[in-house]
Each structure stands twice: as structure tokens, then as C-alpha cells.
Design a binder for this molecule. Sequence first.
Ligand code: KIV
Ligand code: ZN
Length: 513
Amino acid sequence: MVRTIKIFDTTLRDGEQSPGASLTPEAKLLVARQLEKLGVDIIEAGFPISSPGDFNSVQAVARLVKKCEVAALARALPKDIEAALRALESARKPRLHLFLATSEIHRRYKLGKAKSEIVRLAVNAVKQARQTLDNIEFSPEDASRTEPEFLLEVAQAVAAAGARTLNIPDTVGYAVPEEFGALIAFLRQRLGREIAISVHCHNDLGLSVANSLAAIAAGADQVEATVNGIGERAGNASLEEIAVTLHIRRDYWKCRTNIKLSELYRASRLVSIQTGLVVQRNKAVVGANAFKHEAGIHQDGILKDRRTYEIIEPSLIGVPESELVLGKHSGRHALNARLVKLGYRFREDELVRIFERFKDLADKKKEVTDADLMALMEETIAPLSETYTLEYLSTVAGTNTIPMATVRLKKGGETSQAISNGDGPVDAACKAIDQITGLKARLSNYRINAVTGGRDALGEVTLLINVEGREIPGRGVSTDIVEASVKAYLNAVNRYFQHQAGSAGEETETPSL
Ligand code: KIV
Ligand code: ZN
């Protein structure tokens, strides 16, 4: 019998807690839309009590998402529960995710509460939430370091109070697969089918996916994961690794998920671009090297039959082909047909705009590949409500020349121009942008990547700017790497302003329970 494992995605909640990651409200909606396309069962949209910005984002995701459940996180406190339930009001399929720490170390040092008090708080929280909502998930935080008998006591109490799902977090990534699997088997055996069992594994020892799989083998019904494995500290279990493992080794696991695997690559790219967290090249499933073969003996095998050294076909997860697909004589219909094949659908007016950008690219670059198109689309479909747009850029650089840049930016109906010199053309242009925006930003990370091979390749720049200690990602593409760099810098600057606007007057509460 093949079991269906539910995928609870927490990219927008635990994922957003990754050091250095922060998503704008618009980016959260883009990610939520992609997660829905990906087929996750539940989207955890945020932690409403933690800030007005988070509250609004959960509310916006709840309004947008139609097919999946939308979850909001709350501590076992009345005000948290009220805020989360309010944020979920417009969700078609709401889920409230309650958590309270149960391990000895958390009880003693963080909460200062006895076991009986923990059980009482947990039960009261579930009962309060159940007055409004049926679909309650309860997480005993730090469950893997909790005494199993006490964990069972809490689980039985919350199940009796009406919780539908018991989530077992390995909060600090301490568990090992055999032990974690045994814990899940113990709970399953003692709880029977009265409550669904979920797991939520962190990656501090690099075991989050292995622990999640061990839990599935032991009878878990749901796993919590994030795209690219982002999350607190070393991150959470990677959604794509779990989904692809269950698929490729279905002979062994005899489990399936509702994940549409061909949307994985696009989801990975979107999350990476929007959070600024670069995917390591050798990351399983979605890393840039995952389908590259370097050793001669491997290349020889691949040419004879790909299956000799490749267990995942790139097309399975939606990796675009790099062959020539379009050129400057291709028309709008050809472009549209290609975009549809890549999974993009646009209205006629949007297509007109995209076609202009494509023509522009095809003029500079003879061969436009799927990978180029995807890079272009990622820029086009991830628009910030741009504060500043680049109207004009001219740079001077070379040996025995002082690098100079002239930049013209448009904001609303107003155009401003600045000229600056710098250490190089990119530095000069960034300084000119700073003169116009008044922002003092420091470039803290800069990467350039050629989307395809060839001297005319599209350059993709991803960078981080640091403004008053906060890191903000930016991305730009162009066949001209100075232009790509300036676009990326401006993209980060716009994100900064958008964040400022979105969180104006925001008081962030530091959750203490
Ligand atoms: O890691 C953790 O314990 C959590 C809980 C809130 C589920 O993220
Ligand atoms: Zn977590």
C-alpha cells in the first residue's frame, strides 16, 4: 500500500527566520503562489503576534491561497491565539499551529515551569483555539530532547483537548535517525490513530532529511520542510530532497507526496532570489553542480547512457534545457509557446512587454536558451513596486582612467541624475545611486554567474548590501555585467525602501515563551 505523506511547508515562517533572510511582503506572496503551484499541502505563512508586518503577511497569504491549507504559528498564550486566528480569518482552509516547549532544559531554564503547568497551558491553549477552529496542530518544542513518557503525556492531553495534528520538532537538530524513528514509532503505537503525527527537523548535524525519512518509515503522516532547506541556524529539512527521495526510491519507501516535482527548480530559484540565500553549488537536487559530470569516465558513461551516473533527470525537477531555442527572428508566438512550456503564462499586455525585453536580449545575444529565458522571467515576474527605476547608465573605465559613472533614476514622475567616480565602474555607479537615494549602503557580498556559456552570456549578479547592520539581497541580469551589477544594487536598494515602508511604525515583540 502506498501512503501519501503531507508536506507542511514552513519556508515563509521558519525559513524566513534564517540569519540574513528577510522577505518583502510582495516576495512572500510570490513564494506562496509558487508553493501552491508546487502542490504543498500546508503553507505556514508566519507568526502573526511577532510583528504587524508578519500579521499582515499571514492575512495576505490567507486571502491569496485557494488550494492549500494556510497555517499561522502561535505560542500557547491567549493573545497569540487571538492574533493568529484573526490573521487566518479569510483563509479557505485555516490551520492554527500552537507550540510550547516540553524538554527539561526548556522547562527549567527558559520557562521556569513544572511538568503539570506545561500540560495545563497546552490543554488550555488547544481548548481556546478549538472554540473557533477545528484544525489545530500542536508542537511540543524541543520534543526530541523531552522525556518520552512526558512527551506522550502531553500528546495524549492535547489530543483529548481536540488537537488534530501532533508535530514532533527536533528543534535543535540533536536527534539521530534510528533514535528519532523509534520515538515516532513509540508515539504512533501509544497514540494509535487518534491524532496525525508530523515531524519538524532542524539540520544542525546535517541529519534533518535523514531524520524526517526515518520518521516517515516509523509511521509519520506529515513532514515539515522548507525550500532549499533554509531556516533557523543550519536550516530545516529540505523539501526538495525529501520529495525527490520519496519519488526516486519509491520502490523502498512506498510513499508519495502531492508535490509537483517539475515545479521544484523554479521554487528553489525563486526562494533563493527573494531571500538572497544562495544555494550551495553541490546541494543535493537543486545545486548548480547536481547534474554536472566532470570526470572523463563519468562523461563517457553519460554519453553512452545517462543512467550510468545520473539517478535524477534534470527535467524531473524542471531544470531548463540549455540548447538553442530562440533567436532574434523568433516571433511573439514562438516566445509565448516556449514560455508556456517552461510553465509561465502571461496576459497579452504582459507578453508585449516581455517580448520587448526578449528582443533586446536577442539583439545582444545570438542564441537565447531556456536558461536565459528563465533568468529573464525571474526578473520580470518578481517586480518590486519599484521605488527607483534605472533610466540611463553610462560608465567610463580602463587603464589610466579614473572610473566614472553617470546614472539617471526615475522615482514616481521625477527623474534625478548623478555623476560619481569610484574604484571601478560598478563602484562609481553605486556611489551615484547613493547620491540620488541618500542611502548609505555597503556592498557586503557580490557574485556574478554566467547563465549559459559563451562570451555573450547573460550575466546574473546577486549581491547583498548592508544598511545599518541589515543585509538586503539584490539581483540583476544583463549581457553587460556592469549593467547587471547596477540593476542588482538598485534592486537591493528598492527592497530596503519597500521594507521600510512595510514596517513603518512596527513594534516587534520578542516571543518569550
Ligand atoms: O523548531 C521548532 O521547534 C519550531 C516549532 C515552532 C515547531 O520551529
Ligand atoms: Zn523550527
